[in-house]
Design a protein around this ligand. Structure first.
Ligand SMILES: O=C(O)C1=C[C@@H](OP(=O)(O)O)[C@@H](O)[C@H](O)C1
Ligand SMILES: C=C(OP(=O)(O)O)C(=O)O
Length: 478
């Protein structure tokens, strides 16, 4: 069983590449797809069998949360036909979600540092038999939550802040059961209506869409402003549709503030699902080929996907690499990054793919020592990620001798003068898996990099240190 508590490790010396790489990696399931699969399976009309679902701290916390709401999970012997993980059978929870299994004690849900748990589960607590208390890591208590909780309260849920208003810990419950009744008793077919400011996280919108189908009449959600990470919203929509739920999306040219997503009422179908590998976590491995030179392939790359990580196809060529695709018999691809060690700077709006930023920033920092400047834009919301990623990237790039500074909505990395090199340093991970892998990518090209807490990669990729080392082991074996 993957650890649900967060374990801090001893400093980890990042391996340095001694020459071109030639490796192919198999990565576990997508965190974001696994989260949606677990949530929809837990509220489905019958059992679901998941193949390839991620086993990591975030998904273990998600399973624990859904168990608290009455869902059941059972590992099956591996018949997954090549998927890395054994199959998981999910028995859905009865409704209202029974949280009182342990008597009258109020149920508690630990969100850890998982945005998916702290955003996707509170709406479900509004459909439980009693209020639920949510809390998480110290860093989770700083992550934005207020817009979602305000939207839930406006819909009629009970929301009581137990600490700083707008943040974890919070108690969420059904209130007087408004969400269990039609919005308009005279027109039970009409959806409930919600507004939400999702400019801080697309997960607020996804969370409302995921619960929407369970409400009598469904739910229409109109974000009041821009929404980052729109591929993740598209993933939520596709996921619900794949489970038989009807979702209407706004026209792409509808003005910001007047875009409505409508989820029609219906229970997601059970059945069988295969989860794609995590393409965001593929980033550091593909980036390694650009840093060290050579080739790194990722197996089972989907032919079509809503994952933000598919953007590596256009990002890596802009950073100095090439991308090759080789079709496999099952319709998937092996996507291979090819590099020479020569990097380019990049000027890019990453708002749609914000979670790729730390890996892009690692390449941009290494490119700065080759005389190239970079500008990463549209990512102010990263200040509310696992840590304030703009502050963390600024601090860690400067710690290795780079010249980075935050802007209102991003990060600028200046070109270093000819002959300047990045220097050895112990880099901080800030409990953030993507800051840890940022440091690993930098360390591949800069001797003497240590990472203070590589174990935090367990949030989404528990095997990261071994997988990362295998890139170089393959190198030595040639
Ligand atoms: O819905 C999801 O699974 C996610 C949405 C995005 O969140 P933000 O919109 O907060 O960036 C992304 O960065 C996060 O890693 C996962
Ligand atoms: C922002 C991230 O995670 P979370 O799902 O916790 O928001 C991430 O993985 O980059």
């Amino acid at each position: 069983m993957t650890a649900v508590v967060s374990v801090v490790s001893a400093p980890w010396p990042a391996p340095v590449a001694s020459g071109p790489l030639d490796a192919v990696v198999e990565l576990p399931g997508s965190k974001s797809l696994s989260a949606r699969a677990l949530v929809t399976a837990a509220v489905a009309d019958g059992p679901t069998t998941l193949h390839g679902a991620l086993r990591s701290r975030d998904t273990e916390l998600m399973r624990a949360a859904l168990t608290t709401l009455g869902a059941r999970f059972e590992e099956l012997p591996d018949e997954s036909g090549g998927c890395a993980d054994a199959a998981l059978r999910v028995t859905p929870a009865p409704r209202p979600f029974p949280t009182r299994a342990d008597g009258d004690a109020v149920a508690r849900i630990d969100c850890g540092l998982a945005g998916t748990v702290m955003r996707f589960i509170p709406p479900l607590a509004a459909l439980a038999d009693a209020p639920v208390v949510f809390d998480g890591d110290a860093a989770a208590r700083r992550r934005p939550l207020a817009p979602l909780l305000e939207a839930l309260a406006a819909l009629g849920a009970e929301v009581e802040y137990l600490g700083e208003p707008g943040f974890l810990p919070v108690r969420v419950g059904p209130g007087d059961g408004a969400l269990l009744r039609p919005a308009d008793p005279a027109r039970p077919d009409l959806p409930h209506q919600a507004g939400v400011d999702a400019s801080g996280s697309s997960q607020f919108l996804s969370a409302l869409l995921l619960v929407g189908c369970l409400l009598p009449g469904g739910l229409a959600v109109t974000p009041s402003g821009p929404v980052p990470s729109l591929p993740h919203v598209a993933m939520t929509v596709e996921f619900l549709r794949g489970r038989g739920v009807t979702v209407d999306e706004p026209a792409p040219d509808a003005p910001v503030g007047a875009r409505t997503w409508t989820v029609h009422p219906g229970t997601p179908q059970g059945g069988t699902l295969v989860i794609e590998p995590d393409l965001s976590n593929a980033g550091p491995f593909l980036a390694a080929a650009l840093v060290a030179g050579g080739r790194v392939g990722v197996r089972r790359w989907p032919g079509g996907t809503t994952q933000a990580g598919d953007a590596w196809r256009w990002l890596l060529p802009r950073l100095g690499g090439a991308v090759e695709e080789a079709p496999a018999a099952d319709g998937s691809l092996t996507l291979t990054a090819v590099g020479t060690g020569e990097l380019h700077g990049i000027d890019a709006d990453l708002s749609a793919v914000g979670e790729l930023t730390p890996t892009v920033a690692a390449l941009a920092a290494l490119a700065s020592a080759q005389g190239h400047a970079s500008r990463l834009r549209g990512i102010g919301h990263l200040r509310g990620h696992e840590t304030d990623r703009l502050a963390a990237l600024e601090a860690e790039i400067n710690r290795v001798g780079g010249r980075a500074h935050q802007t209102a909505d991003g990060l600028e990395i200046a070109a270093l003068h000819a002959g300047a090199r990045l220097r050895p340093a112990r880099l901080r991970a800030y409990a953030d898996h993507r800051m840890a892998t940022f440091a690993a990518v930098v360390g591949l090209g800069v001797p003497g990099i240590e990472v203070d807490d590589i174990a935090c990669t367990a949030k989404t990729l528990p095997d990261f240190p071994a997988l990362w080392t295998s890139l170089l082991t393959d190198q030595e074996a040639r």
